[in-house]
Design a protein around this ligand. Structure first.
Ligand SMILES: Nc1ncnc2c1ncn2[C@@H]1O[C@H](COP(=O)(O)OP(=O)(O)OP(=O)(O)O)[C@@H](O)[C@H]1O
Ligand SMILES: [Mg+2]
Length: 312
């Protein structure tokens, strides 16, 4: 649990619309607002295409935002920036990807992959210092210095993800976006990588945005969770609270899809199917409203009253 409530990121009314063929527009992010506190892990879950990756990429400014803003330590990330300012943000915010193989250059040695950021930001005083940092990073992520001169294809999926993590750590970031970092890994390896991320967070005071499909792992790693549906955050609460008291029908449907290793539970488990038509938003745009302390749900005024009665 993050032990302070200092905001590292403030995402305000963020929109990301993509123009696609035939004059159509995909509203990949459709007006989302949330904060990420220093030292916490904020989990973002939702089905495929709900806008999770686009949220991460827009925050880190791989895309310009269509509207809204992202503040990092109170400073606007988007908008016109000098080269020096951009470089500063690039160093403070790093990303870890789902497919470590696709994101590691196959023709570069592990040492050069890890040291890329060190070189760009001029963090090493000498060649010796550069290698010393690479060796330390390899050890930090559970690899060793013998791995430095090898190439990505010589490693297993879990090891490659460790290389991706070492590369992200090399520039000493404050904030890491992990976009489904374990989805491509064997189940037996997933927990190891999650535990590594947790340990690094404790040691270095890192803040994470952790994007996931897998609701069981996201619960384990996240302090708070935002549930995305069609470009909107429909529910946001502390992890325990969200799982114990889901309110939005979409969250309930997501949770009902998680199998548990309990035969009695499984025999009676009913999948809840979410039907967005159940909301009447014809005359009123839904808003994020607080139903229980720190527990927000996207709803209309009428739904708010109903939820308050049912869940308060
Ligand atoms: N560069 C782009 N151009 C056009 N449309 C895009 C682009 N990137 C994403 N989209 C669309 O935006 C929506 C959200 O995509 P996004 O990749 O953010 O979803 P996601 O939640 O990360 O899904 P997944 O779980 O499959 O990774 C989808 O409809 C997707 O097709
Ligand atoms: Mg994605």
């Amino acid at each position: 649990m993050a032990n302070n409530r200092e905001k590292l990121l403030e995402i305000k009314d963020l929109k990301q619309y993509f123009k696609v063929g035939g004059g159509n527009v995909v509203k990949a992010i459709d007006d989302i607002t949330f904060d990420i506190y220093k030292g916490e892990t904020f989990g973002l879950v939702g089905e495929s295409g709900s806008g999770k990756s686009t949220t991460g990429r827009t925050i880190i400014r791989l895309y310009d935002a269509t509207a809204g803003e992202v503040l990092f330590n109170g400073e606007n990330v988007h908008g016109k920036k000098s080269k020096a300012e951009l470089k500063k943000f690039n160093r403070k915010m790093q990303m870890i990807f789902q497919d470590p193989y696709a994101s590691l250059n196959p023709r570069m040695t592990v040492a050069d992959i890890i040291a890329e950021g060190i070189d760009i930001h001029g963090l090493a005083k000498s060649r010796e210092d550069r290698m010393k940092r690479v060796y330390e990073l390899l050890e930090t992520v559970g690899l060793n210095r013998e791995h430095a001169n090898r190439y990505p294809h010589e490693f297993s999926g879990g090891q490659r993800q460790r290389i991706g993590i070492a590369r992200a750590l090399a520039v000493e970031p404050e904030f890491i976006i992990a976009d489904e970092p374990i989805s491509a890994l064997d189940v037996s390896i997933q927990a190891q990588v999650v535990n590594l991320l947790k340990r690094l967070q404790n040691e270095k005071g890192l803040t994470y945005l952790f994007i996931a499909h897998d609701l069981s792992m996201v619960k384990y790693i996240s302090d708070r969770i935002g549930v995305m549906y069609h470009g909107k955050i429909v529910e946001l609460a502390e992890s325990e609270e969200l799982y114990a008291n889901p309110i939005h029908p979409y969250t309930k449907s997501l949770l009902s899809a998680i199998p548990l290793p309990d035969p009695d539970y499984e025999r009676n488990r009913k999948r809840i199917v979410y039907d967005p038509k159940q909301h009447d938003y014809a005359n009123e745009e839904p808003k994020m409203r607080e139903i229980r302390p720190g527990h927000f749900v996207l709803c209309s005024e009428a739904e708010y009253k109903k939820y308050k009665e049912l869940y308060q």
